[in-house]
Design a protein around this ligand. Structure first.
Ligand code: ATP
Length: 283
């Protein structure tokens, strides 16, 4: 009699690729008569992070705003979990699990931290709200001691963590982060990146626009490079020639000295391994 364990095993069936949570197809969008994005497409599967890179003015924020519903595209489609939301209002997309953390945060500065968090009641009633709050405080421990503090009186980094915590509470399917570490101290940036990784490990799909390019690429599985509103590169981060991308498209010299962490907006505070970001070289 043949022992089951001795029987020849069938070849493993390759896992089908996960369906994207976010699908952006052939988006063309802009402001008034000025077209900023042309034919831009991207997919983000669950639990994956896409780093959206590009020089100043390339259209990164415009793309995030279009995905969030703040800007209506002239052409193309946005789908969340397979459902088209191209014409849905921002709050409908938020209800469907999309969360945008814009540059400049998006918290209620005059409310306390507790009030800011309580407004984001997770689905599932009172018990879930209590559990959700406990979970968010263990993911963002810095907020635990500040529950009674008016949000606007916290440091910029703590406010940014609160914005992330509010988003985390909604159990988002997709999170769009626009330069969330801009101008923050390195320790806070570490906490922000840890929170981003936690979100991804829970299955959330993320699109990350980030001045700390090297750190974004460490977390991301895919990098998309926008250049003057079109996709100049789209590929796996493990295949990416970082130095060439940083130098060629972002004007980053990986050997440049690290500028102070409080460098003004527009000049990045550094990109992980000590590079600085500036304007791209002339074509
Ligand atoms: P940055 O890194 O500087 O934020 P970005 O890649 O996010 O750049 P966008 O902010 O999307 O780029 O800007 C893309 C282009 O759209 C720029 O030329 C910008 O001047 C223009 N733009 C942005 N917002 C508006 C607006 N509200 N009205 C008109 N033009 C705009």
């Amino acid at each position: 009699m043949t022992n089951v364990s001795d029987a020849p095993r069938p070849d493993p069936v390759p896992e089908p690729p996960a369906e994207p949570v976010l699908r952006v197809s052939n988006i063309t969008a802009g402001y008034g008569r000025s077209t900023v994005l042309r034919d831009v497409s991207l997919d983000v599967p669950p639990g994956r992070i896409v780093a959206l890179l590009g020089p100043n003015g390339a259209g990164k924020t415009t793309l995030l705003r279009t995905v969030a519903g703040l800007l209506r595209p002239a052409a193309g489609a946005v789908r969340l979990d397979g459902a088209e939301v191209t014409k849905s209002a921002p709050h409908q997309r938020a209800k469907a699990g999309l969360c945008l953390i814009p540059e400049g945060r998006g918290i209620f500065r005059n409310l306390t931290v507790r009030e800011n968090l309580r407004m984001q009641v997770p689905p599932g009633g009172k018990g879930a709200a209590k559990d959700g709050l406990e979970q968010v405080l263990s993911t963002f421990p810095v907020l635990r001691d500040r529950l009674g503090q008016t949000a606007g009186t916290m440091s910029g980094g703590q406010q940014q963590l609160l914005a992330l915590a509010r988003c985390y509470l909604t159990r988002p399917r997709v999170v769009l982060l626009d330069e969330v570490s801009m101008g923050l101290a390195p320790k806070v940036v570490d906490e922000i990146f840890a929170a981003i990784a936690t979100l991804a490990s829970g299955g959330t799909a993320l699109v990350l626009v980030e001045q700390y390019v090297n750190r974004a690429l460490e977390l991301a599985s895919r990098a998309i490079l926008l250049d003057r509103g079109t996709i100049a590169y789209d590929g796996l981060t493990r295949d990416l020639d970082e130095a060439a991308v940083l130098r060629g498209y972002l004007g980053v010299d990986v050997n440049a000295p690290r500028p102070p962490p409080t460098a003004p907006a527009g000049q990045a505070a550094g990109v992980g391994s000590g590079a600085s970001v500036g304007h791209p070289p002339a074509p």
